[in-house]
Design a protein around this ligand. Structure first.
Ligand code: LLP
Length: 438
């Protein structure tokens, strides 16, 4: 009978240790749902992104529960993880989508044309072809971010003889404590229009026959753990909705995404945090009879994915030990770009192991190529497997081919089945678009 060990060291219940036969002895092996990660490494190779379908379902369910009292639609933010297998799973769970490019829109259309009707289009730099594709797909809402974009969208809609439902993305000038690269709700940021100019811009939009004013949208940043800034933002949005209502039909409030996850502490309760988040968003809107749109990305898929990597070499330079893994900054950029912390755990946990402090680095030729620095880990041998946790969001979607490295394969686990939802790139894939001209 297998038993669960050290759930606190993994991401229980979808990623956990279980006693499994390894050769002739028993070993405690990290599983994703019913499958040992060591088996996945054998079958699909490393580095490998592994996602749990149950974790995604659970997290969507938790959102639905937390927001059950308010009319709402979950518009999953495609940029967090845009794999078609994951998008299909989310479309089947009745999610809509938040897209920021024609490419993301095409992904949504490929998994469900119906889901396009529950899709919002955000971003400061939508091109005309992108707007036209979104109009043709009859998306739910354009989140418009500037006066010029209003004109461009009106022209595109006229050309296609369509009407564009719009919200203005307002910048509430609220500070959210997060990494400066992913904070968006302050005056100095490029996003949205100042809330003080919103009334004038809505009036201008109302004069365009091809634009139909439908809502107000906002997004203050990402990886926000304190729910207070969300509440403050909604206070300002609610005030604006009240003012606008005398002249415009405001049906939707798009609250954006941004709810953070615990990269370093797995003890906090997601349902509790969601309840506080739902309360912070919905209390200021009470009595306004609006339909709330939510654009979560990270909080849905982040903890549902890990990056599986093998230790290629172990070396010591002047007393400092490096584990050189086969995953690098091109596969998971967050540590290099934001100094982000991701917990790393061994796939095989051996009891009473010694521990050592190491840097986990990749093969890329940059000092910034690290997955962890000065991290105490159980002593690892060359050939050992490591799992980088909470890599489901902004992992593969930020991956690149830097150093001409093929990007990892991706597998989606559901119970005992493992589906390859993206095969590993080959070097031929990488070179296919290039020409050796003389
Ligand atoms: N809606 C809008 C308009 C956004 O800009 C974003 C994220 C989201 C929704 C989804 O936010 P989430 O729920 O995932 O926090 N690469 C960074 C995160 C960049 C977030 C960009 N915008 C990272 O790895 O931390």
């Amino acid at each position: 009978m297998s038993r669960i060990e050290q759930p606190a060291a993994a991401r229980f219940p979808e990623f956990f240790y279980r006693q499994t036969k390894s050769g002739r002895s028993l070993a405690s092996i990290l599983h994703c749902e019913r499958i040992p990660l060591a088996d996945l490494a054998e079958r699909f190779g490393t580095p490998l992104y592994v996602y749990s379908a149950s974790a995604i379902r659970d997290r969507v369910g938790a959102f639905e529960l937390a927001f059950h009292a308010v009319p709402h639609t979950l518009c999953y933010s495609v940029k967090a993880n845009s794999n078609l297998g994951i998008l299909r799973l989310l479309a089947r769970l009745n999610c809509g989508f938040d897209v920021v490019s024609g490419g993301e829109l095409e992904r949504v259309l490929q998994v469900s044309r119906a889901a396009a009707r529950k899709t919002v289009f955000s971003g400061v730099g939508k091109s005309r072809p992108e707007m036209e594709a979104a109009l043709a797909a009859n998306i739910l809402l354009f989140n418009v971010e500037s006066e010029s974009e209003l004109s461009a969208l009106a022209e595109c809609a006229a050309r296609l003889k369509k009407t564009a439902r719009i919200a203005l993305r307002v910048n509430p000038d609220v500070s959210a404590e997060t990494h400066p690269y992913i904070s968006t709700g302050l005056r100095e940021h490029k996003f949205g229009v100042p809330i003080s100019e919103a009334i004038r811009l809505y009036a201008q939009a109302a004069r365009r026959s091809r634009l139909s004013i439908a809502g107000v949208s906002v997004h203050i940043g990402s990886q926000i753990l304190d729910v207070k800034p969300f509440g403050q933002t909604m206070e300002r949005v609610a005030e604006l909705v009240r003012e606008l209502r005398s002249n415009h039909a405001i049906k939707y409030v798009d609250a954006g995404g941004g709810l953070g996850i615990d990269y370093d502490d797995q003890t906090s309760d997601f349902a509790e945090r969601l309840a506080a988040y739902a309360q912070a968003l919905s209390a200021p809107l009470s009595g306004l009879d609006v339909h709330l749109l939510l654009e979560p990305g990270r909080s849905i898929v982040g903890p549902a994915g890990i990056l599986l990597t093998r230790v290629l070499y172990k070396k010591t330079n002047r007393g400092k030990t490096f584990l050189i893994a086969d995953a690098a900054m091109n596969d998971l950029l967050r540590p290099a770009l934001y100094g982000a912390y991701h917990q790393i755990i061994p796939v095989e946990a051996t009891a009473g192991n010694s521990r050592e402090t190491v840097d986990v680095v990749g093969p890329v030729c940059e000092t910034g190529d690290f997955l962890a620095r000065d991290r105490e880990l159980p002593t690892m041998q060359e050939g050992g497997l490591l799992a980088v946790l909470d890599a489901g969001a902004y992992g593969m979607s930020l991956a690149s081919n830097y150093n001409t490295r093929p990007r990892p394969a991706e597998v989606l686990i559901d119970g005992r089945t493992a589906k390859l939802v993206r095969r590993r790139e080959s070097i031929a894939d990488l070179l296919r678009l290039e020409r050796k001209t003389k």
